[in-house]
Design a protein around this ligand. Structure first.
Ligand SMILES: [Zn+2]
Length: 150
């Protein structure tokens, strides 16, 4: 089952902002006809360098450096493991958890929450208890794949 069905009415094509047609094996933009594949049930909305028109449309919000840095599983895994192994990174994560607890603690449980960028899911456990549905997105596809293994 495609996990985008619950949010179909709030997502749009990243290239043209057109309406998306979501199917079992992929997503098609009704406006510009781009086809976005899904990998392991994760939609991939990345626009690659060979898609010149698409790149121009998203130039202001694109971050090639970040995408390339985590273009395989091992790179994403090593990045995330730093947060488990390095004391200052662990402290940074704890501080982020405290801030999230302070921000979310007094609020009511919400129906939907968006976590962008979700990376490898380092802070996701703090968010998931505050919402019925946590929607995660990241330009680094392998960050998401790594997060699914945790
Ligand atoms: Zn489009």
């Amino acid at each position: 089952m495609n996990n985008l069905q619950p949010i179909q009415n709030i997502i749009v094509c990243p290239a043209c902002r057109g309406e998306l047609h979501i199917e079992q094996n992929g997503i098609t933009c009704i406006g510009c006809k781009r086809v976005y594949p899904t990998h392991a049930n994760i939609p991939q909305f990345a626009i690659y360098k060979k898609d010149k028109a698409g790149l121009k449309a998203v130039a202001e919000i694109s971050n090639d450096n970040y995408e390339q840095r985590y273009e395989d599983f091992e790179k994403a895994k090593n990045y995330n493991l730093k947060y488990d192994r390095k004391p200052l990174k662990r402290l940074s994560t704890l501080r982020e958890y405290q801030i999230l607890q302070r921000l979310l603690g007094g609020r009511q449980h919400c129906a939907t929450m968006l976590e962008i960028p979700c990376g490898g899911g380092r802070i996701s456990p703090q968010l998931v208890n505050a919402t019925d549905m946590l929607i995660q997105a990241d330009v680094g596809l392998w960050q998401i794949f790594y997060g699914m293994t945790r």
